[in-house]
Design a protein around this ligand. Structure first.
Ligand SMILES: Nc1nc2c(c(=O)[nH]1)N(C=O)[C@@H](CNc1ccc(C(=O)N[C@@H](CCC(=O)O)C(=O)O)cc1)CN2
Ligand SMILES: Nc1nc2c(ncn2[C@@H]2O[C@H](COP(=O)(O)OP(=O)(O)OP(=O)(O)O)[C@@H](O)[C@H]2O)c(=O)[nH]1
Ligand SMILES: [Mg+2]
Length: 465
């Protein structure tokens, strides 16, 4: 496995890659890491500066001596570096040809181009961070909202991994007591006291696991980005609202009903969070639709189905009509905001209220897409309902594999708890379930890992990270 060529062979090769994105920029950073990093970089720069001191050098072709670029060199000696190995940075001019020539020179000087995530993988293998922190680094790079950045930073700083490790240790502890037979001293005295204590402990551990799951689940949802669909009858002003809320001209607006046929997607920023807003074709009774309109309605339905929240748009005094109403109520737990648009025509003041829709109360907003009146209230509603949907207060950036591991651990603990409540002293089985839960938690921090798992995780990182 190329990705792990350095392991188990007694020889660690030295890797390099551009840490800055491809393209043009002021400065490009190229990193090298490994036992030969100093020697390889030195073939381009001559003598390296003292540790952690930036100095200007000519970057020369190691063969011919041509000056390829002139830039800054930085040395981070092992183990106090990002990877825990010797790290050298070349900070050159940020042009594609410059970067290509430097990478080529480093290859000829004896380095190997790094695989995606290989620097961070080495940081993990050298004990600089646990797996959840390494994955937090990837989440930090992917973060495009304030909320996602915060969740990623919590994971990078180790909050997620630490809580998981603590719970894992508590499980190990509990298992050790069970296996030592401390809870159920065989003879006489009814085992009941020990059994009750075990059940209590398991309840407490499950509660802790529940908290971890909630915060990781919320962080995962945050990374998924939320989708909100604008639905309603033709001509209500859905496209005008999409444009107003996204401050764009993404959707065509016209006085003719049936203007929008395809689904239009545009990013709206609400409370520092990016959400995808979908404008859809107006819905009216199928009997009145022509062919293109029917296809538009089909697409509208398909996108509305997957949306996390709906904005049901109508003209101020009008009813949504049965088609739009049915769509709005198709998933009872999903937030719906009824928008009464075009209040500039009646002079009604903007604001939020409550109205019945299909027999249940929903929040209604009086707005004008034209003047912008009431749109702030719509944004606030979106913020509140999507936050409620995401759940926890302080999410931790997490990936699907973390949620799977937590769900498995929860299942194993649930089983342990059932066994403990059964009234029989099934210590072995309980201990077994605890061990399984512990194993699954260990996969999150990397206390338990395999080459396969590491490959899967780090190959999704960017090159140079
Ligand atoms: N130029 C540059 N900027 C960068 C990075 C980098 O590699 N190069 N990073 C790459 O991701 C991030 C910073 N991450 C780093 C983490 C640890 C160490 C490091 O040398 N740690 C030592 C010393 C700590 C200290 O002096 O306080 C250590 O922890 O022992 C360096 C960078 C973001 N900015
Ligand atoms: N006075 C007033 N007119 C509006 C407002 N919002 C939209 N309109 C007008 O209503 C008409 C329809 O607007 P659109 O945004 O295209 O409506 P739509 O719901 O996307 O329509 P379809 O795509 O046909 O379903 C256009 O003439 C808009 O200028 C508003 O707040 N006030
Ligand atoms: Mg439209």
């Amino acid at each position: 496995m190329a990705h792990h060529a350095q392991r188990g062979e007694g020889r660690v090769d030295s890797i390099f890659a551009a840490a800055t994105p491809p393209g043009r920029g002021g400065v490009a950073v190229i990193r090298l890491s490994g036992p030969e990093a100093r020697a390889i970089a030195g073939r381009l720069t001559g003598a390296l500066p003292p540790p952690r001191q930036a100095q200007l050098r000519a970057f020369r072709d190691p063969a011919g001596g041509e000056v390829l670029d002139r830039g800054i060199v930085l040395l981070f000696p092992a183990p106090a570096s990002y990877t825990g190995e010797d790290v050298v940075e070349l900070q050159g001019h940020g042009g594609p040809a410059v970067v290509r020539s430097l990478l080529d020179a480093l290859r000829r000087a004896g380095g190997r181009l790094a695989q995606p995530g290989e620097f961070t993988e080495r940081a993990f293998l050298n004990g600089r961070m646990d797996l959840s922190q390494a994955e937090g680094v990837a989440a930090l790079i992917e973060a495009d909202s304030e909320a996602a950045r915060r969740a990623a930073m919590r994971s990078v700083e180790g909050a997620f991994g630490q809580r998981v490790a603590e719970l894992g240790a508590a499980l190990a502890d509990r298992r050790a007591r069970l296996e030592a037979g401390l809870d159920f001293p065989d003879e006489e005295e009814p085992a009941e006291a020990g059994q009750a204590a075990l059940a209590d402990d398991l309840d407490r551990l499950r509660e802790q696991l529940g908290e971890i799951r909630a915060r990781a689940g919320a962080g995962w949802r945050l990374s998924q980005g939320q989708r909100v669909a604008l639905v309603g009858p033709p001509n209500a002003g859905k496209s005008s609202l999409l444009n107003a809320l996204t401050e764009s001209e993404a959707a065509i607006v016209a006085a003719t009903p049936g203007t929008t046929r395809d689904v239009i997607r545009e990013t709206a920023r609400v409370a520092g969070q990016a959400l995808e807003l979908l404008d859809t074709a107006g819905l009216r009774p199928a009997a009145e639709q022509e062919e293109v309109e029917r296809e538009g309605a089909r697409r509208a339905r398909a996108s509305a189905e997957g949306a996390d929240a709906l904005l049901l748009v109508v003209e101020e005094g009008a009813a949504p009509g049965p088609e739009a109403e049915e769509m709005a109520l198709s998933r009872p737990e999903r937030p719906v905001l009824l928008i009464r648009n075009k209040i500039d025509r009646s002079g009604r003041p903007p604001g939020l209220g409550e109205e019945p829709l299909g027999g249940r109360p929903v929040t209604a907003a009086a707005v004008s897409a034209h003047t912008g009146a009431g749109l702030e209230a719509v944004r606030e509603w979106l913020e509140a309902s999507l936050q409620a949907a995401a759940g926890a207060e302080e999410p931790w950036a997490a990936r699907e594999r973390h949620l799977e591991a937590l769900a498995d651990a929860e299942q194993a603990l649930g089983e342990a708890r059932r066994l403990a409540g059964d009234g029989e002293a099934l210590e072995d089985l309980v201990a077994d379930a605890l061990r399984r839960a512990q194993q699954r938690l260990g996969a999150i921090t990397g206390a338990v890992s395999s080459e396969d798992l590491l490959d899967r995780i780090f190959s999704s990182f960017c090159i140079g990270k």
